[in-house]
Write a protein that binds this ligand. Sequence first.
Ligand code: ADP
Ligand code: MG
Length: 333
Amino acid sequence: MSFFLIVSVFLTACKPPPSQKILAMGTFCSINLFHDGRPELYKRLFDRIIQLENKFSVNIPASEISRVNESAGKSAVKVSDETFFVTKAALDAAYATDGAFNPLILPLTRLWNVSGLNPKVPTEAEIFEAKSHCDYRTIILNENERSIFLQDEKSAMDLGGITKGFVCDELRKILVEENVKNAVLNLGGNVFIFGKNPEKKDWQVAIRDPFSGEGAALVVFLEEGSVVTSGDYERFFEKDGEVFHHIIHWKTGYPSRGDLKSVSILSQKSMVADILSTAFFVMGWDESLKFLENREKYPSLIPDDVQVLAITKDKKVLTSKNFHVKITKNEFR
Ligand code: ADP
Ligand code: MG
């Protein structure tokens, strides 16, 4: 949702075929396979999205994560390889980021209900109670049994900050297997560009102006890979002139109040980009840059190719080194 693509670089001679879309994971998921777009291949990709949503979604009572949440305080739940892998990555990220990324955030996200129909500002007492059940250190993973146990019976997992990235990585495997040349995946703002631009140029991905929510603030250039953005302008509600968005800092119990309006991560690894965009939004710019210096300590969380771009609340554009970006709206220059 935070992006739109400029595909004019593609196939200047003839118009590219349209993308195909489904509603899944609480958002529109669109795929464009361009001239490799066989119907059965679209079906295979969309089926995979649904299959993974059915494992991870907390809105699907029979999902593996819902079962883990229901068994909180009672018993460990054996899960599939994928669910274990994503949960482990999320938990490792929680320890590495000191909880800026926190997969045990559901008591707070449920309470605030920002993406729901009737969001409201909770009372101090409600926030205090909910945040006491978001301590990720109470999650127990058993690698041998591939099981997850939530020790706190009132705790619950929410993998909303990592799922779309993981799904992109999984779809990419199918594209490789099927020898697809070029594809663009857009899972509600998690964009993945597959394959090099046939015109031997970089792809251009526009980053939405996070203040107006309209038009491009800037354009990033990339060979291929993922661009994942987290911001406070897609899912939020307003109450008495104050904006409350959907990324919650469990230590305060409130939507995070850092200096960034939006943060985008570029990497070949979409799941990692998804984790980092959420975490960096909570951490703010200085802490995020410091975190990136820990590459040796957290090699799987901080891939070599990772690049960061942020738009601050005072409309500055900040980037990590070697970022190729063109600012398109004057107010961000
Ligand atoms: P989006 O899903 O809107 O693209 P994000 O990847 O940043 O954006 O994920 C936000 C989602 O992650 C929230 O809707 C919620 O489900 C979950 N979440 C909220 N706060 C946190 C947090 N501090 N750490 C991890 N996940 C979070
Ligand atoms: Mg995320």
